[in-house]
Structures are given as structure tokens and as C-alpha cells.
Design a binder for this molecule. Structure first.
Ligand code: FMN
Length: 219
């Protein structure tokens, strides 16, 4: 759907999720991420960039697993430490995973996906048309109730900082894995909150599309 149509539907309160494509189980297991793969960090930094032309080709389960681990995975099991920092280790930002078959939330502990809505929310994650057909749109959501020790006025900027760190982890993973990605803030917050069924304490922060690029290989 093109941007103008999305803007018009948004104004009418009619920008909505699509029926799911395929079946979504309540829990989706992810393979164990392979932490010995990947290019040197400096090479990934050299290649990091935003891309906006995606093929619809689904991401392999291994890729999805490693991508989510890079974003928010547990890298220090004794402390439950994550790959991205958060203020006072609040770990208030969750990664939602919009796939054609459903909307999931990534659970770093068991490293799996929990079904949130059996619908295709991708279209609602951004005004740009490529978000509808790219295989994956991530949505970063802050839970303000998880930040009781952070002064109320600082919760929002701190959550954005944490989401930015997670998004950059995804950028670097994508650079290393030959995938395209772009972080995005241009979306209809009302429509997306509704489509995701967010609670009052939950705040939409950013979205991020991931996929094989048109000129970067893949089927
Ligand atoms: C907070 C933030 C919001 C952004 N929102 C969008 C967006 O809605 N759509 C988009 O295509 N790119 C978006 N971008 C990506 C920027 O346009 C991109 O990072 C910038 O043009 C620099 O390009 P580069 O990432 O390739 O270096 C956003 C970037 C940031 C940091």
C-alpha cells in the first residue's frame, strides 16, 4: 500500500493489520544462536547503512534467531545481562516481531517468540510502502512500569537510548549477514498501538525493517 493511502486511512482511523498469512503457533522456538559467526566488527561498521529495497523472501530461522539475540539477547547468563545497555539495567524495551504469520514478542530468557496477535501487522509499522512486504519489521516498545527507579521525566529519553543501542546492534548484525535494514520513526502511533494491543504503560519507540535487499543477493 502506498504512503498516501496509508496517510489517508490513518486520518480516518482505518489503517489496520491484515489477516495473517499462514499459521502462527503460540510459542515459536528459535534455534540457538551461533555466536562464533560473523565478520570483524570494523568491517561491519564500515558496511553499516540504511536500505529500503527488500525482497519478500522469508528470513531463515537461524538468521532470525541471531538477529534477535543481537538486538536484545542474554549475553551474561549469571546476571541476565543483555547485548544492549539500559538505564539501571531496567531492560524496559521489548522487541516485537511482525511477521506475515503474526505479531510476536521476543523473550530473551527462553530465547523464543510469544504470539501477541495472529495478524499481519507489518503494513501498520510504517508509512513507507516497503514495510508491507519486507519479511520482518521489528517494533521497539518501552514498558514504563519496568523503570520504577528512573525519575518519570527521564524514562522516555532513556528508553529511546536503549532502543537506539538495540537498533544499532541489528544494523551491525545485518551488515555482517548481508541483510538490509532501516530504523524508522515515521509511523502512525495510534494505529500501531491499537494493532499491537499495547497497554497504557507501553510506549512505541521505533520500528526497524529487515530483509534481503533487491541488489544484495538472496532468492
Ligand atoms: C530516529 C531515526 C528515525 C528514522 N526514521 C526513518 C524513517 O521513518 N524512515 C526511513 O526510511 N528512515 C529513517 N531513518 C533512517 C535515516 O534516514 C538514515 O539513518 C539516514 O538517512 C542516514 O543514512 P544511513 O543510516 O545509511 O547512514 C531514521 C533514523 C533515525 C536515527
Amino acid at each position: 500500500m502506498n504512503t498516501l493511502t496509508k496517510l489517508a486511512l490513518g486520518l480516518m482511523g482505518q489503517l489496520k493489520a491484515q489477516p495473517a498469512v499462514g499459521h502462527a503457533g503460540a510459542t515459536r522456538k528459535l534455534p540457538r544462536p551461533k555466536l562464533s559467526d560473523g565478520m570483524p566488527l570494523m568491517e561491519a561498521l564500515r558496511l553499516r547503512q540504511s536500505q529500503r529495497d527488500f525482497r519478500p523472501r522469508p528470513l531463515p530461522a537461524k538468521t532470525l534467531s541471531e538477529l534477535l539475540w543481537a538486538a536484545a539477547g542474554i549475553n551474561r547468563h549469571e546476571l541476565g545481562g543483555r547485548t544492549a545497555p539500559s538505564a539501571m539495567n531496567s531492560q524496559e524495551v521489548s522487541v516485537y516481531v511482525a511477521l506475515p504469520e503474526g505479531l510476536y514478542r521476543y523473550e530473551p530468557g527462553p530465547h523464543n517468540l510469544q504470539l501477541v496477535a495472529a495478524s499481519d501487522v507489518r503494513r501498520v509499522t510504517g508509512y513507507q510502502d516497503f514495510v508491507d512486504t519486507a519479511p520482518l519489521d521489528l517494533v521497539y516498545v518501552a514498558d514504563h512500569s519496568a523503570m520504577p527507579l528512573v525519575p518519570a521525566g527521564q524514562r522516555e529519553p532513556f528508553a529511546y537510548a536503549a532502543a537506539g543501542a538495540m537498533a544499532q546492534n541489528v544494523y551491525l548484525y545485518c551488515a555482517s549477514a548481508g541483510l538490509g535494514t532501516v530504523i524508522r520513526a515515521w509511523f502512525d502511533r495510534t494505529a500501531l498501538s491499537r494493532a499491537m494491543g499495547l497497554k497504557p504503560d507501553q510506549q512505541l519507540l521505533l520500528a526497524q525493517t529487515v530483509g534481503f535487499t533487491v541488489d544484495g543477493g538472496g532468492a
